[in-house]
Write a protein that binds this ligand. Structure first.
Ligand SMILES: [Mn+2]
Length: 330
């Protein structure tokens, strides 16, 4: 995004923030570290800069936040939808490329002025103001920029949320979507004593609950290979989640374990959801999985995308793998 355009958008947003009375901050459903961290830091900064004029600035999640993120400052203030209120005059969304990702909270957009902060390259426009940086590894890089604009710099707590968000979306600054900007912002955040790099990366990437380990065991022992091993798939049923006690948010990152299979170029992890079609997470080394996801009505990034398929988990993974092969996308 061109610098002057962004400065103008920031000015428009500031004007809206200074006259708003009830603000909702929304992250996407089935939240991840980037959306929670971005939303927490944004909510905190908006509250401290514009708090005097505000009746409320509430962060509303579609579901309970997983225990993995319990260390993030402010996480206890996240309200789980429905939060008892139904009208906000300003809605800020983070990391949310389409209204589909808001679930039933989409009704909060009715009659509200909507501002979206995002970094996805494929998206369906829905906001009055869209600030989008598809070249950023994490949405939190954009939120960091906005916080510096309105508040000078993040607080120690906001820094923890932002660093966690960037680390989460870039696999600890190791994935293909990691950019110089991801590293520069992370470096600035590391200057804060509150940002404990080793502790955050242990919590995000190494620590795993017993229940999650059981689901991982199932996923790896039921892994299938297609196209001579270039596509690897696995699946998670609701029954498995119920039996193990593993929560939806705890299944984050399991697709990476399937992706780590030697020779794998595209990984597909299909997981049955509580509210409808099976969710498929896709990862790739080179292939454009955003294009694959788009065929099924989903979206995301070139190397990390997601979609929903109306089938049981095992069949959904098979359907997506077959589509990729039949269309020569590998
Ligand atoms: Mn993100």
């Amino acid at each position: 995004m061109e610098r002057q355009i962004k400065i103008d958008l920031f000015a428009t947003i500031e004007k809206r923030l200074s006259t708003a009375s009830k603000i909702a901050v929304l992250c996407h459903a089935y939240g991840d570290g980037d959306c929670y961290g971005s939303a927490l830091a944004l909510q905190s900064a908006v509250s401290r800069v514009y708090g005097q004029n505000l009746t409320c600035c509430t962060l509303i999640s579609q579901e309970a936040v997983g225990s993995k993120y319990s260390f993030m400052p402010g996480i206890e203030n996240i309200k789980v939808w429905p939060d008892g209120q139904d009208k906000y005059d300003l809605v800020l969304t983070v990391d949310t490329a389409s209204t589909q990702l808001l679930g039933s909270r989409v009704q909060l957009l009715d009659g509200a002025y909507v501002i979206s902060f995002d970094h996805h390259s494929s998206f369906t426009a829905y906001a009055d103001v869209d600030v989008r940086e598809p070249h950023y590894g994490a949405c939190a890089e954009l939120v960091y920029e906005f916080i510096c604009h309105i508040a000078g710099e993040p607080t120690a707590e906001e820094a923890v949320c932002l660093y966690t968000a960037i680390s989460s979306d870039t696999g600890g600054l190791s994935q293909k979507n990691t950019t110089p900007n991801s590293m520069m912002v992370s470096a600035k955040l590391c200057e804060y004593d509150s940002v404990k790099v080793d502790d955050i990366s242990f919590r995000l990437f190494k620590s795993s609950s017993f229940a999650r380990n059981q689901v991982i065991g199932h996923c790896l022992s039921n892994e299938k290979q297609y196209a001579g091993g270039k596509i690897c798939t696995s699946y998670i049923t609701r029954q498995l989640l119920d039996e193990t006690g593993c929560t939806d948010s705890e299944t984050d990152g399991i697709v990476s374990l399937v992706f780590a299979t030697e020779g794998c170029e595209i990984a597909i992890l299909a997981k049955e959801t509580l509210d409808g079609p099976t969710k498929c997470s896709l990862r790739s080394k080179e292939a454009n999985v955003a294009q694959v996801a788009a065929h099924f009505g989903g979206g995301g990034h070139i190397n990390a995308a997601g979609c929903r398929v109306d089938a049981d988990a095992e069949s959904a993974a098979h359907i997506v793998a077959t589509y990729i092969i039949e269309n020569g996308l590998i």
